[in-house]
Design a protein around this ligand. Structure first.
Ligand code: F6P
Length: 229
């Protein structure tokens, strides 16, 4: 039993004006989401531990009933809880209120948003007006389209970049919260929920929505929370 929590960063000042990429800070609303996220995840950590202890107690009682001379198993240790963000300011600010004594916080470049090369910090409208061919090329083939300019990426590039983290997530038995970006979140969710590659670029993953994945023997259970203010 373990949980993988996923969310995008809180709303950034660039989100408000529709600018892609960049390294903006959170808006006032984004900062309120960050405060709420810290409380939420702390509560979830406590709830998980309580469930784990309740299950342990039930197991011990059942064993005692079938064999009163059995020595009860000791309480299981509490799972570690990791928090991973990207290296971009908006994800780092989103975990600002999470207590580093309770959670192991790490910032990882592989979780950065798709890099839009020459079009970093432009709006879709500006791209459409200045580079209509490129705009349409992406619209018609979002999965394969690679942004022009140094370091420009496609969805496929990001899928390859994120893959080692997914391997790590598969292996890990601890709980984790990942605070990342629209494209990376789509890719991680799609992997665990078996969404085919072609549909990944169009998956709706709104801001201020928290996803919980629980890998089970029959597949992955998904629960969603929406922060509403
Ligand atoms: O607009 C926020 C954002 O994270 C951008 O930084 C990024 O380029 C974009 O979303 C990715 O979404 P899409 O692939 O749908 O354009």
């Amino acid at each position: 039993e373990r949980q993988i929590w996923l969310t995008r960063h809180g709303e950034s000042t660039d989100n408000i004006i529709g600018r892609i990429g960049g390294n903006a800070c959170l808006s006032a609303k984004g900062r309120r989401f960050a405060e709420c996220l810290a409380k939420f995840i702390s509560k979830q950590k406590i709830a998980f531990r309580q469930q784990q202890l309740a299950k342990h107690k039930a197991d011990v009682e059942a064993e005692q009933q079938s064999d009163p001379s059995a020595i009860p198993a000791p309480e299981p240790p509490e799972k570690n809880f990791h928090v991973w963000t990207s290296l971009l300011q908006r994800t780092i600010d989103t975990v600002e209120h999470i207590d580093p004594k309770e959670f192991g916080i790490m910032h990882i470049r592989f979780l950065n948003e798709i890099y839009a090369g020459l079009y970093e910090e432009m709006t879709y409208r500006e791209i459409e007006q200045l580079y209509p061919n490129e705009y349409n090329a992406r619209k018609n083939n979002k999965l394969y389209y690679r942004y022009p300019g140094m370091g420009g990426e496609s969805y496929l590039d990001v899928i390859h970049r994120v893959n080692p983290l997914i391997v790590e997530l598969e292996r890990m038995t601890d709980n984790i919260l990942i605070v990342t970006h629209q494209v990376v979140l789509r890719i991680i969710l799609a992997y665990f929920l078996d969404v085919d590659k072609e549909s990944v670029p169009d998956m709706p993953v709104p801001l201020h929505t928290i996803y919980c994945l629980e890998p089970k023997p029959y597949g992955t259970k998904l629960t969603k929370w929406r922060y509403d203010e």
